[in-house]
Design a binder for this molecule. Structure first.
Ligand SMILES: [Zn+2]
Length: 85
């Protein structure tokens, strides 16, 4: 079920509501009670689409951890020549 973001044009209250596609858009602000809600383009949809992103990032981090291992093997911080020891 998608989330919709609403903002009240009277008091500025913003919130997210989970609604069915078929539900009527909300109009009454839960804060001030006025019928002044404006439906915003949901950023949540982008976050959900970002699932593919996560996968890409995961693959990328697999590569970078290999790099990290090589770096620590080569004597990075705490490798002996660092002032922290
Ligand atoms: Zn309001």
């Amino acid at each position: 079920m998608p989330f919709y973001e609403y903002r009240c044009s009277e008091c500025g209250h913003e919130f997210e509501a989970m609604q069915k596609m078929s539900d009527q858009p909300l109009s009454d602000c839960p804060e001030c009670g006025r019928a002044a809600l404006v439906k915003l383009v949901s950023a949540t949809g982008f976050r959900l689409k970002g699932g593919g992103w996560y996968e890409t990032e995961f693959k990328g981090s697999g590569k970078s951890s290999t790099t990290d291992e090589a770096a620590s093997g080569g004597g990075g911080c705490c490798g002996g020549s660092c002032a922290c020891q």
